[in-house]
Design a protein around this ligand. Sequence first.
Ligand code: ISE
Length: 334
Amino acid sequence: MKIGIIGAGVMGADHAHILSTSVAGVEIAAIADADAGRARRVAGENGIGRILADGFDVVKDDGIDAVLIASPDETHKPLVLACLDAGKPVLCEKPLARAAADCLEIVRRECGIGRRLVQVGFMRRFDPGYVDMRRTVESGELGAPLIMHCIHRNESAPAYVEAQGLIANSAVHEFDAARYVLGGEPARISVVIGRATSKARIPDPQLVLLEFRDGTVVDIEVFLNARYGYDVRAELVCEEGTISLAPPHATTMVHRQHDGFQHPRDWRPRFADAYRAELRAWAAFLSGGPAAGASAWDGYVATSIAEAGIRAQKSGQWETIELAERPALYGAGA
Ligand code: ISE
């Protein structure tokens, strides 16, 4: 299978590295980036033979069977639609598109084709911790889920990130993870903006509350300038017990008066296993296996929740999450 990568930034480079070192049955045939120097560097590091000028050239190229999109968010929608029109499978980084209406257009285009071609890069669906939480909920072993506590902390956010980005780019992972673990849909969302750190330009941290249709409540602390490192936590409280993500470390270290483990500076080391599993599942799909991971529908729901969350940031009220009817192509459940 010949893959074309669009985008040679942080995630494009990371995916290129994983695909070229840890995924069997695929070859990266070409890469494109608006910054030609960056594309050349990633191509050189990963033995990619061709550099194309533009993302649409990747989609159109007859030598490319499937496309991985890791370019800026605003390019996702037109590129995904072009992949669908070319009948090519596509793995698109989150968000699928910035507006829910645009995501729905992608969903409808895919339904028109009648088969799954789009996977969205919500990698946590492949993290062993979240997989285990979902399995536990499905088994009924701990009874009904009641409350899910989530924490999403980054070391620092780039200066260009606005308050909306805290919801649309960071909390959005928690929206998808909660749907994945709980297997249902949220009905409404509210955002509490309290005391802000003096270390940020935007109101940070923020507390997001989601209420699912069955009454399960999810609370999410999003703190983009937590300073000490990247840290993601979750605890699910059920009728008969709780299940939490274990700290993701194989070892702890004693050194200079400290006993413990280091937090990574960003999400790539924390979710390295998940990214590898995500790309292996995509490769298996490309060779005829079942569609895996988040679908275009999941991408649509995540962006719809984010839109309602941005409204809630402004209104200070609970905002309803309106969803279109779920098409049969995507089966049941999250
Ligand atoms: C970033 O865009 C990501 O997608 C990371 O997974 C997330 O943890 C981070 O907060 C976002 O800024």
